[in-house]
Design a protein around this ligand. Structure first.
Ligand SMILES: NC(=O)c1ccc[n+]([C@@H]2O[C@H](COP(=O)([O-])OP(=O)(O)OC[C@H]3O[C@@H](n4cnc5c(N)ncnc54)[C@H](OP(=O)(O)O)[C@@H]3O)[C@@H](O)[C@H]2O)c1
Ligand SMILES: *[C@@H]1O[C@H](CO)[C@@H](O)[C@H](O)[C@H]1NC(C)=O
Length: 338
């Protein structure tokens, strides 16, 4: 490229940015962020970790909350915690396994008590990290069941009702759905064969759902948390293969509050992905693919940074391979000594 052409492109880029901004605003912008005052938010997995932090955050913003989880005692404790965060919030608890029958009834009951659900946040989920050959089919099926089918079932029951109510042609957002995937659903990590598949399935589910419900004024957001300091994380940390732990640790450990705050902010903005940290930004940018365009700066980053991030990813992948080889050598040595 001769130097004149270089300057030409450089001076044209602000114009390109401005033009893409205009196009974005005309064709894709999800409109103003709605507010949550007096609205009903349902949080599955709301009794612990990220779900509980989300419930506190939406209650702080004036919403009424339904917490869904299996264990009644944990639910009662969580109800008090959320109530203490926002004393005016109505907090309903529903002991329910997201994999069981009767989702429609559970959702209908919650709506009778607190009004139409405006926002659904699916946080119920778990992982059992283990080497491929050590996973029992029962564990594999349970991971798919809770993380994928459970999320699918609750979302279907809620979205059916949201669509029936939705006022066509309204510029205002009619409802919000959040699915909780994982950074381990964007790249396959050692020890996460089944978990990665279940969490990746949620991403394509979300893309298809987004295209389907946009005409009803609904937005879909996928949460992509890194390692987050929660009771669930502490539990899985105990049995994790060392490789799994060392690879996922490279993205750092975040608090549930930080993850929940950005989840709520991004979901209100109608942003397709929500994550925290530099690695999260790199992953969601790299994995955007043919996903929906919902947020100008994300789109901008995807267009201009994908190639650079793919280059940088080689250093991460080399490091991951190094970790896996080192641990393998260690185990072989230990075996020899026995
Ligand atoms: N923490 C992390 O590092 C991390 C990273 C990436 C993604 N995630 C994802 O984020 C979500 C929340 O994780 P967390 O760490 O906050 O977990 P957590 O502390 O273990 O909380 C999980 C919540 O889900 C509920 N739950 C589990 N199975 C359920 C079922 N079958 N039906 C209904 N409720 C169920 C639990 O209550 P009961 O047990 O009483 O049902 C609890 O309220 C999960 O989907 C997880 O995969 C977490
Ligand atoms: C996870 O477990 C390892 C030991 O296997 C420990 O060193 C580390 O501190 C634990 N991390 C958390 C956040 O509990």
């Amino acid at each position: 490229m001769d130097c004149c052409c270089f300057w030409y492109v450089l001076s044209a880029s602000p114009v390109l940015v401005f033009l893409s901004y205009l196009i974005f605003n005309k064709l894709f912008a999800p409109g103003q962020s709605p507010n949550l005052l007096g609205k009903h938010v349902m949080v599955t997995g709301g009794s612990s970790g990220i779900g509980l932090a989300v419930a506190q955050e939406v209650a702080r913003l004036g919403a009424h909350v339904t917490l869904v989880a299996r264990n009644q005692e944990k639910l009662v404790e969580a109800q008090q915690t959320v109530q203490a965060t926002a004393n005016k919030a109505k907090v309903l608890i529903r002991p329910f396994d997201v994999c069981s029958d009767g989702v429609e009834g559970m959702v209908a009951d919650a709506e009778t008590a607190l009004g139409p659900i405006f926002m659904l946040v699916n946080c119920a989920g778990f992982s059992t990290p283990a080497r491929f050959e050590d996973l029992s089919m029962q564990e594999v099926k349970r991971m798919m069941d809770v993380n994928f089918f459970g999320t699918f079932a609750v979302t279907q029951a809620v979205v059916r009702r949201m669509k029936q109510r939705s006022v066509s042609d309204s510029r205002e957002r009619q409802g919000i759905v959040v699915l909780t995937s994982s950074q381990g659903g964007m790249l396959g990590i050692y020890g996460f064969t089944a978990y990665a598949a279940a969490k990746a399935a949620l991403i394509k589910f979300a893309e298809a759902l987004h295209m389907e419900v946009q005409t009803s004024g609904l937005s879909v957001t996928v949460s992509v948390p890194p390692d987050t300091d929660t009771p669930g994380f502490e539990k899985e940390n105990v049995s994790k293969p060392t490789e799994t732990r060392l690879v996922s640790e490279t993205a750092g450990l975040f608090s549930a509050e930080v993850v929940a705050k950005s989840l709520v902010r991004d979901a209100l903005a109608g942003r397709f992905y929500t994550t925290v940290g530099i690695e999260g930004f790199m992953l969601t940018t790299l994995c955007a693919g043919m996903g929906p365009i919902t947020y100008f700066w994300d789109f901008f980053a995807q267009v201009f940074l994908t190639g650079v991030f793919r280059f940088i990813s080689s250093f991460f992948l080399l490091n991951f391979d190094h970790i896996v080889r080192k641990e393998y050598a260690k185990r072989m040595n230990d075996k020899k000594r026995e």
